[in-house]
Ligand binder design. Structure first.
Ligand code: MIG
Length: 818
């Protein structure tokens, strides 16, 4: 589209500590003002205790160390001794964590703040902070004391923290960065940016997740630098033995999160910032998107083709062109004369409709949204009180200040019409915020910031998050407590509480398929598990092979949506000819078979704070080599995949962690703890199931809920030793699961030389419609003579495909196979 030319690429140049020095030093020797230079903490001279906070001072500056739990300790710095208001958009409101015990000890050279698991050591000589485990192993320590520099232009400080970096340390996290999984040797900045057609290693991108995990000598810890200003991270890039993070404003405030398992670090990061609520079941089906499907006849035709070709699909998206002159919350009646009827017809055919809403509101005195916003002073203003105006799709626009709770409330109500029209989900875009020409808002724009006030320098990185929060809250009310479906492009830490995310405007190249695999793993360990890429690539032209390989990866992306720019060729699963269509269809069908497994992984994310995608490093972090593997990952606890990332690739080396693994397509067993060469014909990809797993499976449906499940298929993969599996089921729509209206089935599989025992425990109040399980045994290494369920013998039957199975009551407790 030619409009794209309107946009100017945001400068992605990174300011270094040194270049910052050059910019803002305005020392005036005539007036007797102190020189602006980096100042370092001195020697702690005293401290005060205030319940679980300890405030140390060097006579002028203060450092607060607060014990949040046995594993989480927060450090704050106040250069002049007074801390800023303790407010964060990232930390969840109902934070309910506490240390079991803690104490402060003073030795000749240090203060030691101890919990049952962590020692925070404060060096008396120079105020350096270190974190150790109770055995005295250092996990993370300051290389030099925290430091700062006055900001003469805006007030406040540039704040810095520099840590020592051992030779073997590797780093993960930081959200959507398009770099290799291990961040070591690179410097990053966080400033949410509309980065159309971004490149490998381009930075910053759309999201700000200032959280990283360090792994050294096989042990992991995390640092969450909760600062919404433009922040920087240097992972041993400038100097090989130092890692620094700093900000252009706000407070040096970070959480140390103890491991030693990466999984524990991520779970504890979720304790602070929350998890994703259970999505509606349809949201994890296959979604078809395009910039844009219009007019109505086109949308209907796409829907018709899906059903005719029997390719499952749950949602169709309407991009900006459905609106009247890009005015949010309106319809272009020429393209969509009767949206309610169209959406109802689509719904009857099993399609949900998701629509785009941007933040830019057209300056138009005859447009009710503009009128309301103007009347109530909901739009952002510049430092000198002028309105913040900028050009986006609708032309000249003003922008709501979503950091004002009243504005969020209002914005939430604006969705009423769309909800009444039957719209099922909302897609928030351009919320970095993006403005044509100038990139984003200038720094002087003022924000309410929950009453704490701030310029755009402070609010920029949370603008998109607060927009989608308001969308989420609004939809939740309007849809009478049905689970909303929202998706956002910009995000800050904690956005998972309100939305899913996608990685923005990628390119249809093999390199971008690979970048997507890195980004989704990284987002997942950074708290944003409900994530996806534009399958097939947003801009540029994929061929059938790239599209199909990307679709295969899409099955194992928590959010599975094909999307593309309007100036590219058609991107429906059938657009590349029958050969590719058949493969795509079979993989979309695989997604639908795996739905109960995927849904269970979402539950484990929601309730147990487990990320959905897990890098191999997370499965076996003690093996140095695994810390560098980045092409394969676990999808939930029991499935491991290694997407094919090259054209014409015939086979691929896949490393399998310890234990046995089943190749999904033919149940061949592979031994873990080593690499295998796996064939990768076009219609397959390396998918492995962990031995000992119970994988639930639904029959293929054209959309979620198309058929009633009259019995649940469980595939039991024999494994020696013991394995746990969870299967989660609920009705898929409301928040009743918060009142325990769900069914969580916990299976333990124990495989012996001559026996296989499966036990089941259930919790929750939900009673499914089905009464029985159909159990398929896979890989049992001995001849089965007898199957006993809770003391009663059952017999094997053959299904339509001539595969043996047996049926058991869903309440069974113990199954013995021998
Ligand atoms: O300036 O709405 O990333 O998914 O199709 C481009 C049109 C605006 C950018 C989004 C893309 C969407 C497009 N949007």
């Amino acid at each position: 589209m030619a409009e794209l030319d309107k946009k100017e690429e945001l400068a992605s140049e990174i300011l270094t500590e040194e270049s910052l020095d050059n910019i803002h030093h305005v020392n005036n020797p005539v007036l007797d003002v102190p020189a602006i230079e980096k100042k370092y903490l001195g020697t702690p001279t005293s401290y005060v205790k205030d319940s679980n906070r300890f405030i140390f001072t060097d006579g002028k500056a203060s450092v607060e160390i607060k014990v949040f739990s046995d594993e989480i300790i927060r450090v704050r710095l106040a250069p002049q001794g007074s801390f800023l208001d303790d407010f964060s958009y990232a930390i969840k409101k109902d934070l309910d964590i506490h240390p079991t015990s803690f104490s402060l000890e003073e030795t000749a050279d240090a203060y030691l703040l101890k919990t049952s698991l962590v020692v925070c050591r404060l060096q008396k000589a120079d105020f350096r902070v270190a974190f150790e485990d109770v055995q005295g192993k250092v996990f993370n320590e300051d290389h030099k004391p925290m430091h700062w520099e006055e900001n003469v232009d805006y007030g406040g400080y540039y704040v810095y923290c520099t840590k020592t970096t051992p030779d073997d340390e590797v780093f993960f996290g930081l959200g959507d960065k398009s770099s290799n999984l291990n961040l070591r040797g690179r410097r990053f900045s966080n400033w949410n940016s509309d980065t159309y057609g971004f490149a490998f290693n381009q930075d910053p991108l759309y999201k700000t997740i200032p959280f990283y995990i360090g792994v050294t000598a096989g042990d992991a810890y995390g640092i969450f630098f909760d600062n919404t200003f433009k922040t920087y991270f240097d992972f041993a890039a400038e100097e090989n033995d130092k890692t620094s993070y700093w900000s252009e404003g706000g407070e040096m405030q970070y959480y140390y999160i103890h491991g030693p398992q990466m999984m524990d670090v991520v779970k504890r990061y979720h304790e602070l910032t929350g998890t994703h609520f259970m999505p509606p079941l349809w949201a994890i089906g296959y979604h078809q998107c395009r910039w844009s499907y219009y007019p109505e006849s086109n949308v209907r035709e796409i829907a018709k083709q899906f059903r005719k070709r029997q390719i499952p699909c749950d949602a169709l998206y309407l991009d900006i062109d459905y609106m009247d002159g890009y005015r949010c919350f309106t319809w272009n009646k020429r393209y969509f004369p009767d949206p309610k009827k169209m959406i109802a017809d689509l719904a009857a055919d099993g399609f949900k409709t998701v629509v785009m809403i941007d933040p830019g509101i057209k300056v138009d005195e005859d447009y009710w949204v503009f009128q309301e916003g103007k009347e109530n002073k909901y739009f952002c203003r510049r430092g000198d009180d002028y309105f913040m105006e900028g050009y986006v799709w609708p032309g000249r626009c003003q922008f709501p200040d979503y950091t004002n709770p009243k504005v969020r409330e209002w914005w939430g109500t604006l969705y009423r019409g769309l909800v009444e029209d039957g719209v099922a989900g909302v897609w928030n875009d351009m919320n970095e915020p993006a403005v044509f020409g100038r990139g984003t808002f200038p720094g002087d724009v003022r924000h309410h910031y929950e009453g704490y006030r701030g310029s755009h320098r402070k609010a920029h990185n949370i603008y998109g998050m607060q927009m989608v929060r308001s969308t989420y809250d609004g939809l939740k009310k309007l849809q009478r407590n049905k689970r909303p479906f929202t998706i956002t492009r910009a995000a800050y830490a904690g956005t998972q509480r309100y939305s899913s995310v996608w990685t923005g405007d990628n390119i249809a190249t093999w390199e971008h398929l690979r970048i997507g695999i890195l980004q989704l793993q990284r987002l997942s360990v950074s708290g944003l598990s409900f994530c996806g890429t534009d399958i097939g690539g947003f801009t540029g032209e994929p061929d059938g092979e790239l599209y199909t390989r990307w679709m295969q990866f899409g099955v194992f992306s928590p959010f599975m949506r094909v999307h593309s720019a309007g100036d590219t060729r058609d991107r429906e699963p059938w657009s590349f000819g029958p050969e590719w269509e058949a493969i795509c269809k079979s993989f979309i069908e695989l997604r639908y078979k795996l739905l109960p497994y995927i849904y269970s992984a979402f539950w484990r994310q929601h309730k147990y704070r487990e990320p959905i995608l897990r890098p191999i490093a997370m499965l076996e972090q003690k093996k140095m080599q695994n810390l560098q593997r980045e092409e394969e990952f676990a999808f939930g606890h029991h499935i491991l995949v290694s997407p094919v990332l090259n054209p014409g690739q015939q086979s691929k080396i896949v490393y399998l962690p310890e234990g046995d693994w089943y190749y999904y397509f033919d149940n061949t067993i592979y031994a873990g703890g080593k690499e295998h060469q796996i064939d990768t014909p076009l219609e397959k990809m390396p998918i492995f199931v962990r031995a000992g797993s119970v994988i639930p499976e639904y029959p293929v449906m054209q959309y979620t809920g198309e058929k009633n499940i009259d019995c649940l298929r469980l595939n039991v993969y024999y494994g020696e030793g013991r394995q746990d599996s969870d299967v989660y089921i609920d009705h898929g729509e409301t928040f009743a699961y918060e009142q325990s209206v769900y069914s969580e089935k916990h299976f333990i599989v124990e495989g012996g030389k001559q026996s296989l025992i499966v036990t089941q425990n259930q919790e929750g109040l939900y009673n499914e419609r089905f009464d029985t399980y159909k159990i398929y045994l896979i890989g049992v290494p001995f001849d089965v003579n007898k199957i006993e369920v809770d003391g009663v013998i059952v017999h094997i039957t053959m299904d339509e495909d001539n595969s043996p199975y047996f049926s058991v009551e869903k309440e069974f407790r113990k199954l013995t196979i021998g």
